[in-house]
Design a protein around this ligand. Structure first.
Ligand SMILES: Nc1ncnc2c1ncn2[C@@H]1O[C@H](COP(=O)(O)OP(=O)(O)O)[C@@H](O)[C@H]1O
Ligand SMILES: [Mg+2]
Length: 251
C-alpha cells in the first residue's frame, strides 16, 4: 500500500491572550492510500486541529505533514463538517457543483457531475430543492456530494453525523462506506461515537487528552461491506469495549 498522508512530529500551539495553548503534542501518523481512518478522543484533544492541518486549512507549529498524490495523480482534498454549510441561495445541485464552478468548469459539465453525485448520495429528485427544504440528513448528503465533486484523493470529515438521529446516522454510515469503496479516496473521519468508529474504520486512532497525541491504534478487520447487524456480534462488542476502556469510559 502506498502512503497517502504522513505526519512526522506534527505539533500545534495556539497563541491566545491568556497564554499559549498546546493543542497537539508531536503526532506521528502514516495513512495508506485508500485507507479509512477514524480519529477518536476526548473533547478538546486536538482532533479538529489535526484534521485542519491534514487538509492544509491550518499550519502546524512543528513537524512535517505531507500529502502524497496517488498513482492516479489525484491530489485534492474534500471536507465535510458537522454542519452542512450549504449556501441557502443555491439549490441542491448548484451547491454540489460549487467546487467545480470555483474551478471554472463549464456549466453543463458541472451540472452533469452534480446530478450523478446527487444520485449516488440518495438525493435523486431533490436536485432543484432549496437547502431549507431538506432534512438534516439530506443536507448532510448534499455536503458529502459537494465534498466528492472533484474526486478528492483525501476526504476529511469532522463529526459529520453528530447532529443526526441514531437511525439516520446508521443509514448514513452504510452509505458512506459504499461511497468510499466506490471512490477509492482516503478518508479520515472524526467521531465521538464508538459504534460509528468500529463500523467504519480500517484503523481507529485514539488520541490522548490535550495536548493530543496518538495514544493507541486499533485495527478493525471486519470484511466489507459491513452490515448494521455486525454491531450485535461478540467481536464488534469486544473492540468497542476495548475502546471504552482506553477512553476511560468503562460501562
Ligand atoms: N484558534 C484557537 N485559539 C486558541 N485555542 C484553540 C483554537 N482552536 C482550538 N483551540 C484549543 O485547542 C484545543 C484543541 O481543539 P480542537 O482541535 O478543536 O479539539 P477537538 O476537535 O478534539 O475537540 C482545545 O483546547 C481548544 O480550546
Ligand atoms: Mg472538534
Amino acid at each position: 500500500m502506498s502512503v497517502a498522508v504522513s505526519c512526522r512530529g506534527v505539533g500545534k500551539v495556539y497563541a491566545s491572550r491568556t497564554g499559549d495553548v498546546e493543542a497537539l503534542s508531536p503526532v506521528d501518523l502514516e495513512i495508506a492510500a485508500g485507507e479509512f481512518v477514524v480519529l477518536i478522543g476526548p473533547s478538546g484533544c486536538g482532533k479538529t486541529t489535526l484534521l485542519r492541518i491534514l487538509g492544509g486549512l491550518q499550519q502546524a507549529s512543528a513537524g512535517r505533514m505531507a500529502l502524497l498524490p496517488g498513482a492516479d495523480g489525484r491530489q485534492s482534498v474534500g471536507f465535510v463538517f458537522q454542519a452542512a454549510n450549504l449556501l441557502p441561495w443555491l439549490n441542491v445541485e448548484q451547491n454540489v457543483a460549487l467546487p467545480l464552478r470555483l474551478q471554472g468548469r463549464d456549466t453543463a459539465a458541472r451540472l452533469a457531475r452534480a446530478r450523478t453525485l446527487c444520485g449516488q448520495v440518495g438525493l435523486a429528485g431533490f436536485e432543484q430543492r432549496w437547502p431549507r427544504e431538506l432534512s438534516g440528513g439530506m443536507q448532510q448528503r448534499a455536503a458529502i456530494a459537494r465534498a466528492l465533486a472533484d474526486d478528492p484523493a483525501l476526504l476529511l470529515m469532522d463529526e459529520p453525523f453528530g447532529a443526526l438521529d441514531a437511525l439516520t446516522r446508521t443509514r448514513m454510515n452504510q452509505e458512506l462506506e459504499r461511497l468510499w469503496l466506490a471512490s477509492g479516496a482516503t478518508v479520515v473521519l472524526v467521531t465521538h461515537s464508538i459504534t460509528e468508529a468500529v463500523m467504519l474504520a480500517d484503523r481507529i486512532v485514539l488520541m490522548s487528552p490535550r495536548p493530543g497525541r496518538v495514544q493507541a491504534i486499533v485495527d478493525v478487520k471486519f470484511p466489507r461491506p459491513r452490515r448494521p447487524a455486525l454491531e450485535g456480534s461478540v467481536e464488534f462488542q469486544a473492540i468497542a469495549s476495548d475502546l471504552r476502556r482506553l477512553l476511560g469510559e468503562e460501562a
